[in-house]
Design a protein around this ligand. Structure first.
Ligand SMILES: [Zn+2]
Length: 99
């Protein structure tokens, strides 16, 4: 029953990460960026600890480098990368990622 135990853990980790990232977004819009970064940090630590694969929308919602939540137009810019024919998100810290 190892695999089903793991899937229960994974789904609860995923939902806590989703909650933490939602809190991070709320805190950022409430002008509390430090608190927002702390939420992302907690989410990232859960992710590392359990090595959970996240759904794309969660994976693309925070920066792995500076641990800030990505809000298009605020902390990140989304642009079209002609060279690679894909969308690219660029964080305020300079880190960029293909979408
Ligand atoms: Zn960043």
């Amino acid at each position: 029953m190892q695999s089903s135990r793991k899937s229960i853990i994974n789904s609860s980790v995923r939902s806590s990460i989703a909650k933490l990232l939602a809190q991070a977004r709320d805190n950022y819009s409430a002008k509390k960026p430090e608190r927002s970064n702390r939420c992302v940090k907690m989410a990232f630590e859960l992710l590392k600890k359990h090595r959970t694969r996240l759904p794309t929308e969660l994976r693309n919602s925070f920066c792995r480098k500076c641990l800030s939540v990505w809000i298009p137009g605020e902390t990140a810019t989304v642009s079209f990368d002609r060279k690679n024919d894909c969308l690219r998100i660029r964080c305020k810290c300079g880190h960029s990622k293909r979408l």
